[in-house]
Design a protein around this ligand. Sequence first.
Ligand code: GLA
Length: 362
Amino acid sequence: MKNLLQSLLPFILLFSCQSPKEQGLKDHFESDFFIGAALNMRQVNGTEKGADSLLLMHFSSITSENGLKWGPVQPKQGEYRFDFGDAFVEMGEKMGAFIVGHTLVWHQLTPEWVFQDGEGRFLDRENLLNRMEGHISTLVGRYKGRIHAWDVVNEAFEDDGSWRKTHWYNLIGEDYIERAFRKANEIDPEAQLIYNDYNVWKPEKRKAILDMAKALKAKGVRIDGIGMQGHYRLNSPSLEQIEQAILDIHEAGFEVHITELDVDVLPRPTDVEGADLSINFAESEEWNPFKEGISPEQEKELVDRYISLFDLFQKHGDKISRVTFWGLHDGSSWLNNWPVRGRTNYPLLFDRDKRLKSRFLE
Ligand code: GLA
């Protein structure tokens, strides 16, 4: 992306004149990868003003942010809710976008009933596998041929490379991953199947993920890609660490998806990296320093970080199939609430008024 600013300038000027037919980010990166955004309900059902035009202009892929996770989709046993999913897929089809479903098997946002029998006792392996496979069949089956890729399993490993001791792992064993991928493949053999996680730039974690994925592939289980959640900070991880992850995933024979890109500009009360949702600090003035806005210097730092990230992604455009931002604009980012609740954060390329960050206009 040698001269991103220069090449973006013409279409940005046109965009600011509200010309819907001109080029957007998706066009600029067309020969490299899809440009995606994770969407919430208001953005897929048309109630958020301006979301539609931003999507049509700049994005060639969409991911369901929370709406297709187990809790929202099947809050009670056998009670499925497809209002989000249906609107989401319709939006993607209207855009002509590459549509990504997130996520089939995860330890978060999965109701406790999933793991229990009627008396509140943990299920045995076979019963839990039945439940997991039933959920996968229903969801993947409903959107067969319309959702183009699924994050089949999310976050199965700890940062040190050990297995995350989730109910899935504890009650079924390591092969819950294999069973989930096999079932998804059986139901929609055309959909791309992805394993997704954060901090894939950490070597121990990456090794565990790739060892698992290669072992399954060797057994004939289809895993197409590894999703690197890009929950980054201004100075961490380094570009070299991210690049090594891209190279290793490619070398191991998997497509690279940058699945959840954002850059946190706020300080953190703890030195945590990634997206461990169990970490939660209460709202506090002290940790919300930029409530009224960030300075031009801070915004420049953010934009510079994005430019260097996209330079790197473009350098490896032959290995990366998609770069998805985790949110459409600053106002709808989860980083306003993690790891400290109720803050004002600025982690995306579009601000709260849905405008590209000002330095792109210089
Ligand atoms: C992880 C999950 C996402 C989302 C983010 C934070 O990255 O994969 O679904 O919950 O955390 O919002």
